[in-house]
Design a protein around this ligand. Structure first.
Ligand code: ADE
Length: 419
């Protein structure tokens, strides 16, 4: 098996951390038990391009329990947990090609190593594997039954491909499941982003002004957790509806050019590029901290930061690069502008990844079962799967809910009753 990891000696530590995460992933554990019995993925090769974390390891082992042959590479060069990669390799069975800090060439070599296993199912976080397949390896697309996509950015790319008529196989948008984006994007990104900023900087957040760029599900989570830490939160948006929602949630809303003058910490979570640009950096205070929690490292214009600093750059702490401007202001970029929650912390906690990855496992099973009737488009996770994940999660949390009476069911089906 062609693994490429940093150090197999880290496997023991990785195995303990994978087990620790498993304790918070009861829904995935139930699916794994069923998969072990039913083997719904027997004979299926899965190629996964995901953040190589303890939670992902649990997903990979669930797929393997279902009979799949699994190969895994990283969906971001800075998010790999080397001990986890080592543990997956040592155990055998799961080819892992991922090294934290790998350069762009290695990153793509690893994607290609996974594609060399000729997967029937692709599992992406950001659509880089799908992109390589469509641009460089079209010859193997005919062997692919379908794929899944984990994140908002990846789904945006896939929808653009579908609209262009370029998408050549069916992909399930796991991100769009309620039990994914309402929890992982909001509570996961919210907590892990604040966790990463605190780990990287050890700064007090209470009383500081935190500017959250983007008020999608991730932005909502970050803003609410920042407020919970005692920060004054400003939201910037381009869409009037979420801007209005942020306003009514009690945040200040203003253009980034205005926020740039007063912010202490800036966090991008938009999914778009060049959100924080030179004109914003020119107005920032000495000591400002810049962090990105969007999928790609394009939200903060790093080139502009470099130009402003003209070489006056130093790594002042692990994960903190200090750029000094011509007029002596220090701007601090966290985690090289890569998604800070995975670069400087451990990503979303296992309890939310439990639901995201339960959807991933069940979506893969659904693709295998339904492959013959699917066409090349972006599919939603079937509603029954989404609801089942919510039900199982509640049960695991020991929470019961009510059920509709016959009379209520009937009322909802009828239209005659009214005023
Ligand atoms: N994306 C965000 N957090 C993650 C995690 N802990 N594992 C895998 N993917 C993630």
């Amino acid at each position: 098996m062609g693994c490429d990891v940093k150090d197999l000696g880290l496997a023991g530590k990785g195995r303990e951390r994978i087990e620790w995460a498993a304790g918070e992933m009861p829904v995935l554990a139930l699916i794994r038990e069923r998969f072990e019995k039913e083997r719904p993925l027997e004979g299926i090769r899965v190629g996964a391009c995901l953040h190589v974390t303890t939670e992902t390891a649990n997903l990979m082992e669930t797929l393997a329990a279902g009979g799949a042959e699994v190969a895994l590479c990283a969906s971001n060069p800075l998010s790999t947990q080397d001990d986890v990669a080592a543990a997956l390799c040592e155990q055998g069975g799961i080819q892992t090609n991922a090294i934290r800090g790998e350069d762009t060439e290695t990153f793509f070599r690893h994607i290609n190593a996974v594609l060399d296993t000729r997967p029937h199912i692709t599992m992406d976080d950001g659509a880089d594997m799908v992109s390589v397949l469509h641009k460089e390896r079209q010859d193997q697309i005919a062997e692919i039954l379908g794929g899944t996509e984990e994140t908002t950015t990846g789904v945006i790319r896939l929808r653009a491909m579908a609209a262009d008529g370029a998408l050549r196989y069916p992909i399930v948008s796991v991100n769009d499941a309620d039990t994914k984006h309402l929890f992982d994007n909001r509570f996961g990104t919210g907590q892990s982003t604040m966790d990463a900023i605190m780990r990287a900087t050890n700064r007090l957040l209470a009383g500081r002004t935190i500017v959250v760029c983007g008020y999608g599900m991730c932005g909502r989570g970050v803003a609410s957790r920042a407020r919970g830490m005692g920060a004054h939160v400003i939201v910037t948006e381009v869409d009037p509806t979420p801007a209005l929602e942020a306003m009514m949630e009690g945040y200040r809303v203003m253009p980034l050019l205005e926020a740039a003058r007063v912010g202490d910490i800036f966090i991008t979570v938009t999914g778009d590029k060049a959100v924080i640009r030179r004109e914003h950096m020119d107005r920032m205070k000495d000591g400002a901290i810049l962090a990105n929690s969007g999928h790609f490292d394009v939200e903060i214009d790093k080139e502009a930061l470099g130009t402003i600093a003209e070489g006056r750059v130093r790594r002042i702490r692990e994960f903190v690069d200090e750029y000094t401007t011509g007029d002596g202001r220090r701007l601090h970029l966290l985690g090289e502008g890569r998604l800070v929650n995975l670069a400087a912390a451990e990503g979303h906690p296992a309890a939310v990844m439990d639901m995201s990855f339960a959807n991933q496992a069940l979506a893969a099973e659904w693709v295998v079962k339904n492959a013959a009737s699917l066409s090349p488009q972006v599919y939603e996770v079937p509603r029954e799967i989404d609801k089942e994940v919510a039900r199982l999660k509640l049960r695991a949390m020991g929470v019961e809910i009510d059920t509709l009476t016959e009379e209520q069911e009937e009322y909802l089906r009828s239209w005659q009753e009214g005023t």
